[in-house]
Design a protein around this ligand. Sequence first.
Ligand code: NAD
Length: 361
Amino acid sequence: MELKITCIPGDGIGPEIVAQAKKVLDKVGEVYGHRMHYTDILMGGASIDACGEPLTQEAIDTAKAAQAVLMGSIGGNTSTSPWYKLPPEKRPEAGLLRIRKELNLFANLRPAVLYEQLAAACPLKEEISSKGFDLLIMRELTGGLYFGERKTVTENGVRKAIDTLTYTEEEIRRIAIKGFDIAQKRRKKVTSVDKANVLDSSRLWRKVVEEVAVNYPDVTLEHMLVDNCAMQLVRDPSQFDVILTENMFGDILSDEASMVTGSIGMLSSASLNDTKFGLYEPSHGSAPDIAGQDIANPIATILSAAMMLRFSFDLDKEADSIENAVKSVLKAGYRTGDIYSEGMVKTGCNQMGDLICDYIK
Ligand code: NAD
């Protein structure tokens, strides 16, 4: 198969970690008989320096012409970098917001996996962490409170701020379909999270999710209130497979789920539209404090590349081979600095990429 991929190395550690992901993809191509065609584009600070804006139209067109986008991370040190003296719409993050909008990426997927070998990094009690967990948060990304009308007014000398939370049934249906489709590729359970005891938007959410569920008789659906879900994530995260939720609840719950894994350098993510197209990136930022030192952990980006194979190209076997290679490398005791513990073998970013390639079968 020929795979057309646009890469955004970005800023900070971005170019280092994307280089490792490309290396691993090339190895997968070699073993499984696929050809990767990469085109790099600039975004964020790198694009500001070269083109005077965080994302050019040409870069957007290049991204749209590919089948998927693989990104490192963008942004610099927000206190010291000159990029943050620019007006907000010219800063690095404006590039990311624009590309998400241009590509109509409405579904955000963030897996939170506790690897057996990294269980010590989990901040939960051992009786909970010893069960391990492998869940995925599917968050609606372009609707709800963050995109509703907002204003601040002064009434009778008192300031008042108003935000509106709106969802149409179509917005709910398309994310629910994605959630159920992906659950079918996993352990076939969807937990739909809402606040249906209070919010109308949540009551509609629940109804539409139930309508969609009818078409997926092999997937178990349960509903959970968001406050309960926040508790369950620390009480017993192993109960979850796919958590399907709206924008703001997903924003908060996905950070909570990341924290309980304890290792930011291991967390991948994907943002999808209603075709097979997606943008894949690590959940962490550009880590300017460690950029250029060959010490960053490339695993989150490598696992994002695995998600890309699975969701944009339907190459499940190939995606499994990357995920298994990561587990094997951890099992063999190799660790980058961020996940290092005594008795393990410390490796750099580049070496970690090589090791994962060695285990691709
Ligand atoms: P960060 O995630 O970049 O770093 C937080 C801490 O984790 C740092 O100590 C860093 O060294 C460490 N870290 C992060 N990724 C690592 C990795 N792969 N290996 C080893 N250590 C790692 O968060 P921050 O410092 O708050 O933000 C830095 C910049 O990244 C900012 O400009 C921010 O806006 C940007 N950012 C971009 C994205 C994105 O591109 N999607 C997301 C978050 C933050």
